[in-house]
Every structure is written in structure tokens, then in C-alpha cells.
Design a protein around this ligand. Structure first.
Ligand code: SF4
Length: 105
């Protein structure tokens, strides 16, 4: 069975697989499967994202410098210490099941 690390973010529980990295000479977290399945949402409907993801049109830079912003530099993003994953709290990015149901008829 492959090794993984369990991560909890605002009530969402994710199992991030580990893979051996020859350069680092240690196991590192493999976010590939997470990205393939994204977006993943917290129970409150907030998307869980990688800090390095490109900023969306709703981005607001924490330091008012829009150059090179990604989610990690946005004031709507929260990430626990030491994690590359975090949660976007912008209301426009929140999953709304009612809107989705209306779109699908
Ligand atoms: S944290 Fe949210 S609002 Fe900010 S850039 Fe990322 S997706 Fe957009």
C-alpha cells in the first residue's frame, strides 16, 4: 500500500500520496493526484488550492503588488504553516450547490 499523509483543512480530510524524490533523497508529497481531482472543497464550500496556483480575477494581493501574484499572495487565501495547500475564502469562489443545480436544469 502506497504511503500518504493525511491533511485536514477546515473540516476537509485529504490523503496526499508520498513519492520518493531522488534529488531531495526523501519522500515528498505528490500533489499530482490532488490537482487531477480539483477543485476540492471544504464542507463550507471553499475551494482547497495549491499556494502556487495562478491568481484568479478575484485576487487581491496582500502587499498591493499585483506582479506575479498567485493564491499564496492573495489576502483571501489561508494556509496552515508548512503546507502548500490552503483554502480560498473569496465568496465568488465558493461552491454553491443551488447555482450548480440551476445551471444543470
Ligand atoms: S485565493 Fe481565491 S481569490 Fe485569491 S487568487 Fe486564489 S482563487 Fe482567487
Amino acid at each position: 500500500m502506497a504511503k500518504s499523509v493525511r491533511v485536514e483543512l477546515e473540516g476537509a480530510v485529504l490523503d496526499i500520496p508520498l513519492r520518493w524524490d531522488g534529488l531531495a533523497r526523501r519522500e515528498i508529497r505528490d500533489y499530482g493526484p490532488f490537482l487531477e481531482g480539483s477543485p476540492v472543497y471544504t464542507p463550507a464550500g471553499c475551494p482547497i488550492l495549491l499556494t502556487i496556483e495562478d491568481a484568479c480575477p478575484h485576487a487581491e494581493p496582500v502587499d498591493n503588488d499585483p506582479a506575479g501574484i498567485n493564491c499564496g499572495g492573495c489576502r483571501h487565501f489561508w494556509q496552515p504553516p508548512g503546507s502548500l495547500l490552503g483554502v480560498c475564502h473569496h465568496p465568488a469562489r465558493r461552491w454553491d450547490g443551488r447555482k450548480e443545480a440551476e445551471k444543470n436544469g
